[in-house]
Design a protein around this ligand. Structure first.
Ligand code: ATP
Length: 560
């Protein structure tokens, strides 16, 4: 697809800023602001963008491959100085939106190691599997369901292409719905996609690995790397990592690295309910590491073997779970939309429900490689509490004073991957644009238009020249005051224009420059990242201006 380019511009004043959306779709709504008039964005195709995103993350200290000096460890990544700040801000946004904003949600931090029977009760020992298939020629290993899903995506893409072509041909009179319902070629692709999706769901549900293999053969799926169709049988592979406790031998001492944080919440249900005296409905939130021995860990931090989850289990009266499921669907979508353009998000119902669920939906984000799961919302019934009660022999019930009866609460779960959230924020924010330089000539800049409340560094303090002691001294004085309010950077190296560009690339919303006028009247210029506009303000106002604009409160208020 090499030389193809896409140009895309979007206008939003949600953050009180103009925002140019990143990446992938090509559309140009009407716009007339000066800002847009002098801004052109030229973006290469998605694969290039993804590569650029990965290298940007390394170059600017967001994300490094783990153990890089030993050539890395597949599916494991380290967060650098900027990445850890961004990730912490995302966690804070989630935590405060759950725990601070809801009187009936409290947090916990449970251990990663747990009693091995927990994973028996939860079903993970027996059923936390993915279907694995090896290619005999290339010796490469794949998830069989992902191979089939890839084929389904291709069928849908073919149908979409037909529709796009027709839309261009017919212009304004084009009726997309009618065309999709009647055009034989579009119908053929969509019906085949639906039938394949259904068959895949059935094969997974019935643990029918033979049918999955048959599907791969019928669809003539080839190894994406080599084109070989020489596949092994499909077999189930358990995704849990295990380790051994030092003082207990054999299977009794076999521990698992938790594959989800949720079970730590379930087994603490009674502890938390008693100590907080919460009445149903109430929730327990937790952020923590999870580990999965993914068959194919790829797409950067999208699918890792060690990752972090932000999970909340909401305990409700049986029979009310669908109401709460819908409530949490809406709340979670609002949370995402506060930091991500709506058109990049969508719901996708599960075709294949997990053994514990009676309803499940994913919040999908349009990653550089297509719409994929960012968060899962499940109605988990009373499966987990019931199962732990049974296996442990300790009742995990709730006495409902209004009904005057004991019952096992039902659970609605929201579970979002912290790393996938980082990836979605970064891929949405990274933009390359052409802007005028100091001489009015076109120059390009890379800017990370991340929401100011999530930005790793809130403010950079820059003396205009580094060889003027008075400027450096004053800038240090300003920095030493601002650092009590938020994360700042002091930077004196290179021309000020280059320093602005460095801050743009890490998404710093404000740069404060100390110049000769500062020495005369104690005012500084503040430059805003997106508009690049500069205003002069008294030094005494900087902390308030930057603090107000970057306050997490702004995001939380959007959820109210
Ligand atoms: P997938 O279908 O992509 O494997 P899942 O349905 O198994 O994901 P859940 O068990 O619902 O995922 O986990 C909740 C969230 O945890 C997911 O929405 C995702 O954001 C995150 N997550 C799951 N697996 C991984 C992984 N290997 N790497 C990074 N994040 C993950």
């Amino acid at each position: 697809m090499g030389a193809a380019f896409a140009t895309q511009i979007r206008h939003s004043n949600r953050w009180g800023l103009y925002q140019i959306s990143s990446f992938f779709r090509t559309f140009a709504p009407p716009f007339n602001s000066d800002y847009f008039d002098r801004t052109i964005i030229i973006l290469p195709m998605q694969e290039d963008l993804f590569k650029r995103l990965v290298s940007h993350c390394k170059e600017y200290g967001f994300i490094y491959p783990s153990s890089e000096v030993y050539d890395g460890l597949n599916g494991v990544y380290d967060y650098g100085p900027m990445g850890v700040e961004l990730k912490n801000n995302i966690k804070e946004y989630w935590w405060r939106s759950m725990v601070q904003m809801h009187e009936n949600i409290t947090g916990i931090d449970s251990a990663i190691f747990m009693h091995p029977l927990i994973w028996k009760a939860s079903g993970h020992v027996d059923a936390f599997n993915d279907p694995l298939v090896d290619n005999k020629d290339s010796k490469k290993r794949y998830r069989a369901d992902v191979l089939v899903e890839g084929e389904i995506d291709k069928m849908i893409a073919k149908a979409d292409k037909e529709v796009d072509k027709a839309a261009k041909r017919f212009g304004e009179t084009f009726d997309e719905k009618l065309y999709r319902e009647t055009n034989p070629r579009v119908l053929e692709y969509t019906q085949k996609a639906e039938a394949t999706e259904k068959r895949l769901a059935n094969a997974l549900k019935n643990n029918d690995m033979a049918d999955l293999k048959a599907l791969i053969e019928e669809l003539e799926i080839a190894d994406p790397d080599t084109g070989s169709r020489n596949w092994t049988e499909v077999r189930q592979f358990n995704l849990m990592f295990s380790t051994q406790m030092s003082n207990i031998g054999g299977d009794d001492g076999k521990l698992y690295l938790r594959p989800e944080t949720a079970q730590g919440i379930f087994v603490n249900f009674s502890n938390v309910q008693k100590t907080t005296r919460q009445k149903i409905p109430f929730g327990i939130a937790q952020i923590g590491k999870a580990f999965r021995n993914e068959i194919v860990a790829r797409q950067f931090i999208f699918r890792m073997r060690e990752f972090e989850q932000m999970e909340m289990q909401f305990f409700v009266r049986p029979g009310t779970e669908m109401e709460w499921y819908n409530t949490w669907k809406a709340r979670r979508m609002a949370w995402h939309r506060a930091v991500t353009p709506a058109e990049k998000l969508r719901f996708k119902d599960h075709d294949n429900l997990a053994h514990y669920a009676n309803a499940a939906v994913d919040v999908q984000f349009e990653f550089p490689f297509g719409f994929k799961e960012l968060e899962g919302i499940h109605s988990r019934t009373d499966f987990d509490l019931g199962s732990h009660s049974q296996l442990s022999g300790k009742k995990m019930q709730y006495f409902d004073p209004e009904l005057n009866e004991h019952y096992t609460p039902y659970v609605v779960e929201t579970s979002v991957g912290c790393d996938r959230m980082v990836l979605s924020v970064l891929s949405n924010a990274l933009v390359e644009e052409t802007v005028p330089d100091a001489q009015g000539e076109d120059s390009s800049r890379t800017v990370l238009r991340v929401h100011p409340a999530l930005a790793p560094v809130k403010c950079a303090v820059l003396p205009l020249l580094k060889n003027k002691d008075e400027l450096v001294e004053k800038a240090r004085e300003v920095y030493d005051k601002l650092k009590f309010h938020f994360i700042c950077q002091y930077d004196e190296k290179d021309a000020v224009g280059r320093r602005y560009r460095r801050q743009d690339a890490i998404g710093t919303p404000y740069c404060v420059t100390i110049d000769f006028e500062t020495l005369e009247n104690n005012t500084v210029t503040i430059r805003e990242r997106d508009s690049m506009e500069q205003v002069r303000v008294p030094i005494t106002e900087v902390a308030k201006i930057v603090g107000d604009k970057t306050d997490m409160r702004k995001l939380l208020e959007m959820l109210a």
